[in-house]
Design a protein around this ligand. Structure first.
Ligand code: PBG
Length: 344
Protein backbone atom coordinates (compact mmCIF):
# COMPACT_ATOMS: atom_id res chain seq x y z
CA UNK A 1 0.00 0.00 0.00
CA UNK A 2 1.29 3.47 -0.93
CA UNK A 3 1.06 6.04 1.83
CA UNK A 4 0.31 9.69 0.96
CA UNK A 5 3.93 10.93 1.45
CA UNK A 6 5.22 8.31 -1.03
CA UNK A 7 2.55 9.27 -3.57
CA UNK A 8 3.72 12.87 -3.39
CA UNK A 9 7.27 11.89 -4.31
CA UNK A 10 6.40 9.31 -6.97
CA UNK A 11 4.00 11.16 -9.32
CA UNK A 12 5.37 12.31 -12.65
CA UNK A 13 6.70 15.90 -12.67
CA UNK A 14 6.21 17.98 -15.81
CA UNK A 15 9.27 18.78 -17.88
CA UNK A 16 7.27 21.34 -19.88
CA UNK A 17 5.94 24.22 -17.80
CA UNK A 18 3.96 26.70 -19.96
CA UNK A 19 2.87 28.48 -16.77
CA UNK A 20 6.39 29.97 -16.52
CA UNK A 21 5.40 32.50 -19.17
CA UNK A 22 2.20 33.42 -17.34
CA UNK A 23 3.74 34.34 -14.01
CA UNK A 24 3.48 38.11 -14.14
CA UNK A 25 1.55 40.76 -16.05
CA UNK A 26 4.81 41.92 -17.64
CA UNK A 27 5.73 38.40 -18.83
CA UNK A 28 2.25 37.90 -20.23
CA UNK A 29 2.47 41.21 -22.08
CA UNK A 30 5.86 40.23 -23.48
CA UNK A 31 4.65 36.99 -25.03
CA UNK A 32 1.14 38.08 -26.06
CA UNK A 33 0.54 36.93 -29.65
CA UNK A 34 -2.34 39.21 -30.61
CA UNK A 35 -2.46 42.93 -29.87
CA UNK A 36 -5.33 45.16 -30.82
CA UNK A 37 -4.60 48.44 -32.58
CA UNK A 38 -7.24 51.17 -32.98
CA UNK A 39 -5.87 51.83 -36.49
CA UNK A 40 -7.21 48.43 -37.55
CA UNK A 41 -10.72 49.13 -36.25
CA UNK A 42 -13.64 50.48 -38.25
CA UNK A 43 -16.72 52.08 -36.68
CA UNK A 44 -20.06 51.60 -38.47
CA UNK A 45 -22.09 54.85 -38.41
CA UNK A 46 -25.75 55.46 -39.28
CA UNK A 47 -26.53 58.77 -40.95
CA UNK A 48 -29.94 60.42 -41.35
CA UNK A 49 -31.07 63.86 -42.44
CA UNK A 50 -31.38 66.82 -40.09
CA UNK A 51 -29.22 69.00 -37.88
CA UNK A 52 -28.03 68.32 -34.36
CA UNK A 53 -29.66 64.90 -34.21
CA UNK A 54 -28.41 61.98 -32.13
CA UNK A 55 -31.12 59.36 -31.98
CA UNK A 56 -30.49 56.38 -29.68
CA UNK A 57 -30.99 52.89 -31.11
CA UNK A 58 -32.73 50.62 -28.56
CA UNK A 59 -30.88 47.35 -29.07
CA UNK A 60 -27.52 49.05 -29.74
CA UNK A 61 -26.80 51.04 -26.59
CA UNK A 62 -24.10 53.65 -27.24
CA UNK A 63 -24.83 53.73 -31.00
CA UNK A 64 -26.96 56.53 -32.46
CA UNK A 65 -28.46 57.62 -35.74
CA UNK A 66 -26.59 60.84 -36.50
CA UNK A 67 -27.31 63.84 -38.68
CA UNK A 68 -24.38 64.78 -40.94
CA UNK A 69 -23.13 67.56 -38.63
CA UNK A 70 -23.12 65.21 -35.63
CA UNK A 71 -21.46 62.55 -37.72
CA UNK A 72 -18.65 65.01 -38.50
CA UNK A 73 -18.18 65.46 -34.75
CA UNK A 74 -18.18 61.70 -34.22
CA UNK A 75 -15.63 61.15 -37.00
CA UNK A 76 -13.35 63.79 -35.51
CA UNK A 77 -13.52 62.07 -32.11
CA UNK A 78 -12.78 58.69 -33.71
CA UNK A 79 -9.68 60.21 -35.33
CA UNK A 80 -8.59 61.57 -31.95
CA UNK A 81 -8.91 58.00 -30.59
CA UNK A 82 -6.85 56.62 -33.48
CA UNK A 83 -9.66 54.57 -35.05
CA UNK A 84 -8.79 53.63 -38.63
CA UNK A 85 -12.04 54.03 -40.54
CA UNK A 86 -15.78 54.55 -40.62
CA UNK A 87 -18.38 52.49 -42.48
CA UNK A 88 -21.38 54.60 -43.47
CA UNK A 89 -24.97 53.35 -43.62
CA UNK A 90 -27.59 55.78 -44.95
CA UNK A 91 -31.12 56.18 -43.63
CA UNK A 92 -33.02 57.98 -46.40
CA UNK A 93 -36.14 60.10 -45.82
CA UNK A 94 -38.07 58.18 -48.47
CA UNK A 95 -37.88 54.70 -49.93
CA UNK A 96 -39.09 53.23 -53.24
CA UNK A 97 -39.05 49.85 -55.01
CA UNK A 98 -35.71 50.47 -56.77
CA UNK A 99 -33.90 52.11 -53.89
CA UNK A 100 -33.30 55.38 -55.74
CA UNK A 101 -31.84 57.01 -52.64
CA UNK A 102 -28.81 54.72 -52.82
CA UNK A 103 -27.20 56.40 -55.83
CA UNK A 104 -28.74 59.86 -55.65
CA UNK A 105 -26.12 62.59 -55.96
CA UNK A 106 -27.79 64.38 -53.07
CA UNK A 107 -28.31 61.10 -51.16
CA UNK A 108 -27.63 61.11 -47.44
CA UNK A 109 -24.44 59.04 -47.69
CA UNK A 110 -23.14 61.05 -50.66
CA UNK A 111 -23.74 64.32 -48.80
CA UNK A 112 -22.00 63.00 -45.70
CA UNK A 113 -19.05 61.67 -47.70
CA UNK A 114 -18.52 65.08 -49.29
CA UNK A 115 -18.58 66.76 -45.88
CA UNK A 116 -16.14 64.25 -44.37
CA UNK A 117 -13.87 64.49 -47.40
CA UNK A 118 -13.78 68.28 -46.95
CA UNK A 119 -12.57 67.81 -43.35
CA UNK A 120 -9.57 65.90 -44.75
CA UNK A 121 -9.33 63.62 -41.72
CA UNK A 122 -6.80 60.79 -41.50
CA UNK A 123 -9.68 58.34 -41.57
CA UNK A 124 -10.64 55.77 -44.22
CA UNK A 125 -14.13 56.47 -45.54
CA UNK A 126 -16.05 53.31 -46.37
CA UNK A 127 -19.55 53.24 -47.85
CA UNK A 128 -21.80 50.21 -47.49
CA UNK A 129 -22.99 49.50 -51.02
CA UNK A 130 -26.43 47.96 -50.81
CA UNK A 131 -30.04 48.82 -51.58
CA UNK A 132 -31.93 47.38 -48.61
CA UNK A 133 -31.93 50.61 -46.59
CA UNK A 134 -33.39 52.41 -49.63
CA UNK A 135 -35.98 49.97 -50.98
CA UNK A 136 -39.54 50.15 -49.61
CA UNK A 137 -39.70 46.33 -49.54
CA UNK A 138 -36.39 46.06 -47.65
CA UNK A 139 -34.72 43.59 -50.01
CA UNK A 140 -31.20 44.15 -51.34
CA UNK A 141 -32.23 44.63 -54.98
CA UNK A 142 -35.20 45.33 -57.27
CA UNK A 143 -37.86 42.63 -57.33
CA UNK A 144 -39.30 40.52 -60.10
CA UNK A 145 -43.08 40.05 -60.39
CA UNK A 146 -42.83 36.89 -58.26
CA UNK A 147 -41.20 38.79 -55.40
CA UNK A 148 -37.70 37.37 -55.89
CA UNK A 149 -34.70 39.71 -56.19
CA UNK A 150 -33.62 40.32 -59.80
CA UNK A 151 -29.87 39.69 -59.61
CA UNK A 152 -28.81 41.45 -62.79
CA UNK A 153 -30.98 44.52 -62.31
CA UNK A 154 -29.54 44.73 -58.80
CA UNK A 155 -26.05 44.71 -60.34
CA UNK A 156 -26.86 47.83 -62.37
CA UNK A 157 -28.22 49.60 -59.29
CA UNK A 158 -25.25 48.53 -57.14
CA UNK A 159 -22.73 49.65 -59.78
CA UNK A 160 -24.40 53.07 -60.01
CA UNK A 161 -24.44 53.31 -56.22
CA UNK A 162 -20.74 52.48 -55.94
CA UNK A 163 -19.86 55.05 -58.62
CA UNK A 164 -21.83 57.80 -56.88
CA UNK A 165 -20.29 56.91 -53.49
CA UNK A 166 -16.78 56.94 -54.97
CA UNK A 167 -17.43 60.29 -56.67
CA UNK A 168 -18.65 61.71 -53.37
CA UNK A 169 -15.37 60.73 -51.72
CA UNK A 170 -15.51 57.11 -50.52
CA UNK A 171 -12.07 55.50 -50.31
CA UNK A 172 -13.69 52.08 -50.18
CA UNK A 173 -17.02 50.78 -51.41
CA UNK A 174 -18.30 47.71 -49.60
CA UNK A 175 -20.89 45.73 -51.57
CA UNK A 176 -23.01 43.76 -49.10
CA UNK A 177 -25.98 42.67 -51.21
CA UNK A 178 -24.65 39.16 -51.96
CA UNK A 179 -25.67 39.41 -55.63
CA UNK A 180 -23.73 37.14 -57.99
CA UNK A 181 -21.15 39.12 -59.92
CA UNK A 182 -21.47 42.30 -57.83
CA UNK A 183 -17.73 42.82 -57.43
CA UNK A 184 -17.04 42.54 -61.18
CA UNK A 185 -19.99 44.80 -62.01
CA UNK A 186 -18.78 47.45 -59.57
CA UNK A 187 -15.12 47.19 -60.64
CA UNK A 188 -15.92 47.64 -64.33
CA UNK A 189 -18.29 50.54 -63.62
CA UNK A 190 -15.76 52.31 -61.39
CA UNK A 191 -12.97 51.85 -63.92
CA UNK A 192 -15.16 53.08 -66.78
CA UNK A 193 -15.71 56.28 -64.79
CA UNK A 194 -11.99 56.76 -64.13
CA UNK A 195 -12.39 55.69 -60.51
CA UNK A 196 -9.76 52.98 -60.69
CA UNK A 197 -8.27 53.90 -57.31
CA UNK A 198 -11.44 53.19 -55.37
CA UNK A 199 -11.00 50.09 -53.22
CA UNK A 200 -13.60 47.31 -53.13
CA UNK A 201 -14.11 45.54 -49.82
CA UNK A 202 -16.24 42.54 -50.70
CA UNK A 203 -18.68 41.16 -48.15
CA UNK A 204 -17.60 37.88 -49.61
CA UNK A 205 -19.02 35.30 -47.27
CA UNK A 206 -22.05 36.93 -45.71
CA UNK A 207 -24.48 34.49 -44.17
CA UNK A 208 -28.25 34.86 -43.81
CA UNK A 209 -27.71 35.48 -40.12
CA UNK A 210 -30.18 36.16 -37.33
CA UNK A 211 -27.43 38.28 -35.76
CA UNK A 212 -28.36 41.25 -38.02
CA UNK A 213 -31.62 41.85 -36.12
CA UNK A 214 -30.64 45.03 -34.24
CA UNK A 215 -29.11 46.53 -37.40
CA UNK A 216 -32.36 46.11 -39.26
CA UNK A 217 -34.16 47.91 -36.47
CA UNK A 218 -31.55 50.68 -36.63
CA UNK A 219 -31.76 50.96 -40.42
CA UNK A 220 -35.44 50.15 -40.83
CA UNK A 221 -34.39 47.54 -43.39
CA UNK A 222 -36.25 44.44 -42.26
CA UNK A 223 -37.68 42.80 -45.40
CA UNK A 224 -41.41 43.58 -45.72
CA UNK A 225 -41.97 39.95 -46.73
CA UNK A 226 -39.83 36.83 -46.95
CA UNK A 227 -36.20 36.80 -45.89
CA UNK A 228 -32.72 37.05 -47.39
CA UNK A 229 -31.99 33.33 -47.66
CA UNK A 230 -32.33 33.45 -51.43
CA UNK A 231 -29.19 35.58 -51.70
CA UNK A 232 -27.27 35.53 -48.43
CA UNK A 233 -25.38 32.32 -47.67
CA UNK A 234 -26.66 29.42 -45.58
CA UNK A 235 -24.89 29.74 -42.22
CA UNK A 236 -24.36 25.96 -42.29
CA UNK A 237 -21.93 26.12 -45.22
CA UNK A 238 -18.16 26.43 -44.96
CA UNK A 239 -16.90 25.27 -48.36
CA UNK A 240 -19.39 27.56 -50.07
CA UNK A 241 -17.95 30.49 -48.11
CA UNK A 242 -14.56 29.78 -49.65
CA UNK A 243 -16.10 29.53 -53.10
CA UNK A 244 -17.77 32.92 -52.62
CA UNK A 245 -14.45 34.42 -51.53
CA UNK A 246 -12.56 32.91 -54.46
CA UNK A 247 -15.12 34.38 -56.87
CA UNK A 248 -14.78 37.82 -55.30
CA UNK A 249 -10.99 37.64 -55.51
CA UNK A 250 -11.25 36.67 -59.18
CA UNK A 251 -13.71 39.52 -59.79
CA UNK A 252 -11.24 42.05 -58.41
CA UNK A 253 -11.92 42.45 -54.69
CA UNK A 254 -9.13 44.28 -52.84
CA UNK A 255 -10.25 43.24 -49.36
CA UNK A 256 -12.35 40.31 -48.17
CA UNK A 257 -14.90 40.69 -45.42
CA UNK A 258 -16.28 37.88 -43.30
CA UNK A 259 -19.56 38.48 -41.50
CA UNK A 260 -20.84 37.91 -38.83
CA UNK A 261 -17.69 37.60 -36.69
CA UNK A 262 -17.60 34.99 -33.93
CA UNK A 263 -20.19 32.73 -35.62
CA UNK A 264 -17.84 32.61 -38.65
CA UNK A 265 -14.40 32.28 -37.05
CA UNK A 266 -13.73 29.24 -39.23
CA UNK A 267 -14.28 31.29 -42.39
CA UNK A 268 -11.67 33.78 -41.17
CA UNK A 269 -9.12 31.04 -40.49
CA UNK A 270 -9.79 29.44 -43.88
CA UNK A 271 -9.64 32.79 -45.70
CA UNK A 272 -6.36 33.68 -44.01
CA UNK A 273 -4.81 30.38 -45.11
CA UNK A 274 -6.05 30.58 -48.68
CA UNK A 275 -5.89 34.25 -49.75
CA UNK A 276 -3.22 36.89 -49.40
CA UNK A 277 -5.62 39.84 -49.47
CA UNK A 278 -6.30 41.71 -46.24
CA UNK A 279 -9.19 40.10 -44.36
CA UNK A 280 -11.77 42.07 -42.42
CA UNK A 281 -14.24 40.66 -39.91
CA UNK A 282 -17.52 42.34 -38.97
CA UNK A 283 -18.70 41.94 -35.39
CA UNK A 284 -22.34 42.56 -36.28
CA UNK A 285 -25.15 44.23 -34.40
CA UNK A 286 -26.48 41.10 -32.68
CA UNK A 287 -23.06 40.19 -31.35
CA UNK A 288 -22.63 43.69 -29.93
CA UNK A 289 -26.18 43.77 -28.55
CA UNK A 290 -25.80 40.45 -26.71
CA UNK A 291 -22.64 41.63 -24.98
CA UNK A 292 -24.15 45.03 -24.13
CA UNK A 293 -27.36 43.48 -22.75
CA UNK A 294 -25.63 40.87 -20.61
CA UNK A 295 -23.18 43.46 -19.30
CA UNK A 296 -26.07 45.77 -18.47
CA UNK A 297 -27.58 43.02 -16.31
CA UNK A 298 -24.28 42.48 -14.56
CA UNK A 299 -24.06 38.95 -15.95
CA UNK A 300 -20.73 39.45 -17.70
CA UNK A 301 -17.90 41.97 -17.64
CA UNK A 302 -18.70 43.87 -20.85
CA UNK A 303 -15.24 45.34 -21.34
CA UNK A 304 -13.48 42.01 -20.97
CA UNK A 305 -15.97 40.05 -23.09
CA UNK A 306 -15.83 42.67 -25.84
CA UNK A 307 -12.02 42.74 -25.80
CA UNK A 308 -11.88 38.93 -25.82
CA UNK A 309 -14.30 38.72 -28.76
CA UNK A 310 -12.42 41.24 -30.89
CA UNK A 311 -9.10 39.64 -29.96
CA UNK A 312 -10.49 36.28 -31.12
CA UNK A 313 -11.33 37.76 -34.54
CA UNK A 314 -7.81 39.15 -34.85
CA UNK A 315 -6.24 35.89 -33.64
CA UNK A 316 -8.24 33.92 -36.22
CA UNK A 317 -6.66 36.07 -38.92
CA UNK A 318 -8.65 39.28 -39.35
CA UNK A 319 -6.43 42.25 -40.15
CA UNK A 320 -9.32 44.68 -39.79
CA UNK A 321 -12.28 44.49 -37.43
CA UNK A 322 -15.52 46.39 -37.94
CA UNK A 323 -17.28 46.87 -34.61
CA UNK A 324 -19.83 49.18 -32.97
CA UNK A 325 -17.45 49.17 -29.99
CA UNK A 326 -14.57 50.75 -31.96
CA UNK A 327 -14.45 53.94 -29.88
CA UNK A 328 -14.70 52.05 -26.57
CA UNK A 329 -12.01 49.62 -27.64
CA UNK A 330 -9.71 52.45 -28.71
CA UNK A 331 -10.11 54.06 -25.28
CA UNK A 332 -9.48 50.75 -23.49
CA UNK A 333 -6.44 50.00 -25.63
CA UNK A 334 -4.98 53.41 -24.76
CA UNK A 335 -5.63 52.79 -21.05
CA UNK A 336 -4.08 49.32 -21.20
CA UNK A 337 -1.03 50.61 -23.01
CA UNK A 338 -0.42 53.06 -20.20
CA UNK A 339 0.03 50.09 -17.85
CA UNK A 340 2.42 47.36 -18.97
CA UNK A 341 0.81 44.00 -18.53
CA UNK A 342 -2.76 45.20 -18.30
CA UNK A 343 -5.34 44.20 -20.87
CA UNK A 344 -6.77 41.00 -22.20
C1 PBG B 1 -26.87 45.63 -45.77
C2 PBG B 1 -26.17 45.24 -44.51
C3 PBG B 1 -26.71 44.60 -43.37
C4 PBG B 1 -25.67 44.55 -42.44
C5 PBG B 1 -24.56 45.15 -43.01
N1 PBG B 1 -24.89 45.54 -44.30
C6 PBG B 1 -28.07 44.12 -43.11
C7 PBG B 1 -28.53 42.85 -43.66
O1 PBG B 1 -27.88 42.20 -44.47
O2 PBG B 1 -29.66 42.53 -43.30
C8 PBG B 1 -25.77 44.00 -41.05
C9 PBG B 1 -24.81 44.60 -40.08
C10 PBG B 1 -25.09 44.33 -38.65
O3 PBG B 1 -25.96 43.52 -38.26
O4 PBG B 1 -24.41 44.95 -37.83
N2 PBG B 1 -27.23 44.59 -46.59
Amino acid sequence: MIHPPDLATSIARPTQRPRRLRRSPALRALVRETRLDPAALVAPLFVRSGIGIREPIGPLPGVERLSPDELEREATELVRLGVGGVLLFGLPDTKDPDGRGADADDGIVQETLRRLRALDLPLVLIADTCLCEYTDHGHCGPLRADGSVDNDRALERLAMTAVSQARAGADIVAPSAMMDGQVAAIRTALDAEGLNETVIMAYAAKTASAFYGPFREAAGSTPAFGDRRGYQMDPANGREALREMALDVAEGADLLLVKPGLPCLDHIVAARARFDLPIAAYQVSGEYAMIAAAADRGWIDGRRVMTESITALARAGADIVITYAAADLARWIAEDRATVGAGA
